[in-house]
Design a protein around this ligand. Structure first.
Ligand code: ADP
Length: 281
């Protein structure tokens, strides 16, 4: 481990493993505050130019989006690099991620879904205002800290965009990926709104909106983008939530809401259903 990192932080137990990195809990040697350090083995990406690009992109983009201290974007504090490793010091999120929470309780009340959607869309809108598309919005990348505050994480697929330079290339994860990405078309930052719409649908229905038994079937369903609200599941879901889902999961990108439009939708300003179970944890 890099000497400078050892001096500044006391590295503790492993808390997770990703494609290239191992994540450890660590403490600042000066303040004693707790952080996460993501240690990426650079040798694993040395033969793959795209993966190498993603790795440095992640650190660069996180520095940019977290420079304004948005409360719902995971903060990056430091970067240490030596010949073999890149170590990224991150805000520590000790609580379970949204993936675990959805697995533990497949159907959320509207109030619980709102508690996720408002900070998630605030984080996405913040990135878009800085010209950054996250491009891999999914429950595993939505973390919570010990105060149960939502933190958007994992900017490994993120990319800069502007109106004159649309993005291209396959990114994202089955179920959450937008149809224009799968169709191989150029796309814009609204792919993040689509993915967040899939998350809202899953929280309210307990099933994905575009389902398949294999990756090919999922992709075909996403490409058709035929949005349905089965009666037996959506009977008790409010018209406002269904209206918002239609705007977020709109195949026509020019009509699909932007992140700011989602934040202004009336359902996002309600308190959800009054019989809610309160904040999830
Ligand atoms: P990936 O390769 O899928 O992007 P990461 O390397 O970013 O995954 O993270 C791997 C695992 O480490 C995550 O699933 C999560 O459990 C944990 N983790 C990542 N970042 C943090 C953090 N800031 N705080 C706490 N745990 C984290």
């Amino acid at each position: 481990m890099t000497e400078a990192l050892r001096k500044a932080y006391t590295v503790k137990e492993e808390i997770g493993r990703g494609k290239y990195g191992v994540v450890f809990r660590c403490h600042s040697a000066i303040t004693g505050d707790c952080f996460a350090v993501k240690s990426i083995d650079k040798r694993l990406v040395q033969n793959d130019a795209v993966d190498r690009q993603c790795l440095y992109n992640e650190a660069k983009i996180m520095q940019l989006v977290s420079s304004n201290n948005h409360p719902n974007v995971l903060k990056i504090f430091d970067i240490y690099e030596d010949d073999s490793f890149l170590h990224i010091i991150l805000e520590y999120c000790q609580s379970s991620d949204l993936f675990d929470r959805i697995n533990a309780r497949p159907i959320f009340t509207e109030s619980e879904a709102l508690d996720v959607m408002v900070p998630l869309m605030e984080a996405i809108a913040h990135c878009h205002r800085h010209g950054i598309a996250h491009r891999d919005i999914k429950p595993d990348n939505i973390l919570f800290n010990d105060r149960n505050e939502l933190k958007l994480a994992d900017f490994g697929s993120a990319e800069f965009f502007n109106d004159s330079q649309p993005m291209s290339g396959i990114v994202g994860t089955p179920y959450y990926v937008a149809p224009e990405v799968l169709a191989g078309n150029c796309y814009n930052e609204k792919i993040d709104v689509w993915s967040a719409g899939v998350i809202l649908y899953i929280m309210l229905a307990g099933i994905p909106p575009f389902y398949g038994e294999s990756a090919k079937e999922i992709f075909d369903a996403v490409l058709r983008a035929n949005l349905r609200f089965p009666m037996r599941i959506f009977n008790s879901v409010s018209p406002g939530a269904k209206d918002l889902l239609r705007w977020m999961l709109c195949k026509d990108v020019s009509r699909r809401f932007s992140a700011d439009q989602v934040l202004r939708h009336p359902w996002m300003k309600t308190s959800g259903d009054t019989g809610s179970m309160g904040v999830l944890s």
